[in-house]
Structure formats: C-alpha cells, structure tokens
Write a protein that binds this ligand. Structure first.
Ligand code: NAD
Length: 481
C-alpha cells in the first residue's frame, strides 16, 4: 500500500535552475517525487537563470541531468517525458528587468507559489524585491533559500532584514539538508515516540555525545569559496549545530514548526562559550592521493581550517557536565557522519570475571547510509559460561517496513514540505542568528591571533590534537569507518 499523499498543485520557480545544485539535487529529487505520485500531474516547475534558452532546451538539459545524477530513473523513459512536460524556462537576470513579465504570465492563480533561490546569497535581495515589484509573489508565496546564510552574525542579520522587507518569517524556508534526512527525523520519533529513551536522556545516564561529519573529498574546485569560509562556517554553524539541537532539545509540547524551533533555539542559547584556543583546527597536507589544502585552495598562506574538533557544554539542568564532542573534516579516512549517544558504564557487574566495560551506545548514522543501532550487552552464545559481548541491535527496520518505504532524499522531502507549508525542518531566522552569535567570537579569536591550523595527513582521522581532546577526558572518538 502506498502511503504517498499528493501535495497541492504548485508552481515552483527555481532561480538558478541551470546551476549545479538544481541539476544534481533539486530536479532529480522532484522527478522521484513525480514518479512516486506525490507531485501532482498539474504541478509546474519553472527554471529561471541568466542563459538564453527555450522550454525544449531546458527539458533537454534536465533530461541529461537526471540521466547523470538521478538514481533509478533510466529504465522509465515514459515517466521522464511526462515529468519534463511539467518544466518551463524563463531567462531572467536577477539584477535586470527582462523576463519578469513572462514569468508573471506563466504563474497560475489558486495554486501554491514557491520560489527556490538556488543562487548566490548576494542575489537574494534583488530577487525578493523584483518578485514583489512585478507582483509575482504575494503574502501566500513561499521562498526557499540555500546556505550559506551569512558569514557572521552581522551579515545574517542583514540578510534576514532584506528578506523581511518583502516576506513574513512564515514564508521563508531556510534549507539545511541535514534536517531532511530520514534518520534525523527518526531521531525525534525515537526520542519522543518511545517510553524507553527519554527517561534516560539526561546527565544521569548519558556519559557524552559525539557528532562526527567526515568527508573524503577535499576542496578542489571550490577552493576559493571554501577558503573564505572554513569548517566552522561551512559545517558547524549550520549542520552540526542543528544536529546538536535535535539531540539536546527539551521535548516540544507538540510537533509543530514553531514549538520545535523554540526548543532548538533554547539549546543554542544555552551553549556555553568556547575559547578559541580550545578548538582543534586542522588543514590537510599533501599526500600520494592528492595536493595539500593550500594547493587546492590556491592560497599558499591560507590559515583556513579544513578540520575542526571541539568540546562544548549546554548549561541547563538536563545536560549539566555532559560534554558534547563535535568534529568535521575534509579528506578524512572515510565518508561517514554519525551521532553517538554514549551512555554511562554500569556501576557494578554481577558477572564474575567480567572486567570489560559495557556501555550502551545509540548510534545514528547519516552517511554514507542512513540507519540507527543500539549497542546492547548480551550473553555470548555457546557453552562458554556467562560471557558478555556487546552487539548492535539494528534499529533501521528496513525489513519490517518493506522496500516501498525507501527514504526520499533530503532535498525532495524538504521541497515537498515547502509545498505543504510545513516549516518544522527549516531553520528560523533567530536560530541562525543565535548560532552565529555563538561561533563569531571563536572565529574572531582565531583571526585576531592568526591562528595556524595543524597539518594532518589526508586519509586519517585528523590531527593528533583531536585525539588528545578526548584522551584528556579519558574518552575516545568512535572509529570513522
Ligand atoms: P552554480 O554556480 O552552479 O549555479 C548558479 C545558478 O545561478 C546558475 O543557474 C546561474 O545561471 C544562476 N545565476 C547566476 N547569476 C544570476 C543572475 N544574476 N540572475 C539569475 N540567475 C543567475 O551554483 P550552485 O552550486 O547551483 O549553487 C547555488 C546556490 O546554492 C548557492 O547559493 C550555493 O551556495 C548554494 N549551495 C549549493 C550546493 C551545491 O551542492 N552545489 C550546496 C549547498 C548550497
């Protein structure tokens, strides 16, 4: 039985519709939703970008993009033709006057209007203004904006103010695709849908939390962009802090966008400041497999971090003295993202000769595959007496739920949420600002003293100092695999 419920009919305009993100993620994702029956047959997708092109040219471009970046689409050529018929194209320069009338004529009344700003943030203001000036957007329309949302608190505030001139907060969908992952939502279901976890979800039973987002790729190809950013701005301020919020937040009273986001905001506000010198910063060195960060970034004197590890605390009753360790890096050992909730050791073992440490660990994997498991201690099977062994209890339940329940990719799920008008998995303006308010002093501290990141060998788990950060506390990082 399919549980896919079609969304309302929509006109979705993708500014930057010819760009990398649109071709790699947005349109292949929309095609999957079309195939699943969730996208109504009358829905329309309008690509808008600077290049001169007609509908046929755009359809061909997207056909090729889906063949290249889509997953299982190739076998169903019929489906793709019907999907491509839903596509239109208008040549528009965000800063110019051409194309707007044509766009307005394409938009239909009585359907959901959404505008995806898949362009550089410097164009957001111009787009918002022109959408209003040409009476294309109204009080019901929705806009979707991509990261980066600012590069510090001041620029994020300015961006929020620009958007607020033309759109109400309830119309603005700031995407963080980490929140669109099935497992991230499953984390909330696990916490708040079971009696088993929430009673233990506090400093009495949890020893510490680890969040790791490791990538194997370097910054080649986007080095000049990344070099102005670094791991704190590019990964921590948004993705890792969002994950931390979902782990640490108090139970919201309802699963409603503002109630959930209120609780997330409280977590960010309760984060204790971290001293700049307490953060481990790293930069990958040249190896047999590739050039150094500085070569990739084309900046021989770059002090930007491609790796970062830090320990932080949330100053509230629930999390008193529980450390949160977070790390992220490029050119690491494996592509792997995991949140690990490490419970405390047993106070006492009744089993003679059992000297091993047994602890429960709830592991939430986001990449490369999504899944959850709970490490539990059981008796080692066989006649060897009462010997204990720790094994993972698989909580992915793919078998129980069947193949039909295959998770949609984060982007496609989030776009459908936009059409449905559900902001729960999008960042609110005040959350983004609070996150910058926490990271800004750390980044400013590094800049003020020209902090030099430690070199680390590509294909490893980062600099030695990151290991020390844990070892000093008598703990160790989970293996990146
Ligand atoms: P891109 O350079 O590949 O594409 C940019 C698009 O914007 C093109 O379609 C181009 O025609 C259009 N454009 C540029 N100037 C324009 C103008 N003046 N008027 C109208 N259209 C114009 O960029 P991208 O990688 O697709 O990224 C788009 C946005 O998404 C950026 O803000 C980026 O930071 C963000 N983002 C991208 C990725 C990714 O994986 N590519 C991931 C996260 C966030």
């Amino acid at each position: 039985v399919s549980r896919v419920i079609p969304v309302d009919t929509f006109d979705l305009v993708i500014f930057g519709g010819t760009g990398d993100l649109a071709r790699r993620k947005i349109l292949p994702g929309l095609f999957r939703r079309f195939r699943s029956g969730q996208m109504p047959a009358e829905a329309r997708i309008i690509g808008a970008a600077r290049s001169e092109m007609d509908d046929a040219g755009y359809r061909q471009m997207i056909r090729e993009a889906i063949a290249e970046f889509g997953s299982e689409e190739k076998e169903d050529a019929g489906g793709i033709d019907a999907f491509l018929e839903r596509l239109h194209y208008v040549a528009i320069d965000a800063m110019g006057e051409g194309g707007w009338k044509q766009l307005r004529d394409l938009m239909r009344d009585g359907v959901v209007r959404a505008f995806y700003f898949s362009v550089a943030p410097s164009l957001f203001g111009a787009l918002a203004e022109r959408l209003h000036e040409h009476r294309i957007a109204d009080g019901e329309s929705r806009i979707v904006v991509e990261k980066p949302f600012g590069r510090d608190l001041a620029s994020a505030k300015a961006l929020n103010a620009t958007l607020a001139e033309h759109f109400d907060e309830s119309q603005i969908y700031r995407i963080d695709h980490y929140l669109g992952k099935e497992t991230v939502q499953n984390l909330m279901a696990t916490r708040f849908g079971n009696v088993l976890f929430e009673p233990l979800w506090n400093s009495h039973y949890i020893d510490h939390i680890q969040i790791t987002v490791a990538e194997t790729v370097g910054v080649a190809g986007r080095g000049s962009y990344y070099d102005k950013s670094g791991a704190m701005r590019d990964m921590v301020q948004n993705h890792l802090m969002q994950l931390l919020c979902l782990i640490a937040m108090e139970p919201p009273s309802t699963y409603d966008a503002d109630t959930v986001r209120d609780e997330k905001l409280k977590v960010i506000r309760a984060l204790q400041p971290v001293e700049p010198h307490q953060v481990v910063r790293g930069q990958y060195d040249a190896s047999q497999d590739g050039p150094s960060y500085r070569e990739d970034a084309e900046n021989p004197r770059s002090f930007t971090e491609s790796f970062l590890a830090l320990k932080c605390h949330i100053a509230n009753w629930r999390w008193a003295k529980v450390p949160f360790y977070i790390r992220t890096g490029k050119r690491m050992k494996a592509r792997s993202s995991e949140i690990a909730v490490v419970f405390k050791d047993l106070g006492h073992s009744i089993f003679e000769g059992d000297t091993a440490r047994h602890r429960n660990i709830l592991s939430i994997q986001l990449q490369p595959n999504e899944g959850m498991d709970l490490q539990v201690t059981i008796k080692e099977p066989g006649p060897g007496g009462m010997r204990l062994v720790d094994v993972p209890l698989d909580m992915t339940f793919a078998d129980a739920l069947g193949p039909d329940q295959e998770a949609p990719d984060a982007y496609e799920r989030l776009i459908m949420d936009v059409i449905r008008g559900d902001q729960t998995l999008f960042m609110r303006g005040d959350e983004v600002e609070a996150a910058w308010a926490w990271t800004d002093p750390i980044i400013e501290g590094w800049e003020a003293r020209n902090d030099v990141p430690k070199l680390y060998e590509a294909g490893t788990a980062g600099p030695e100092d990151a290991m020390m950060l844990m070892h000093r506390d008598g703990r160790r990082w989970r293996e990146i695999k």
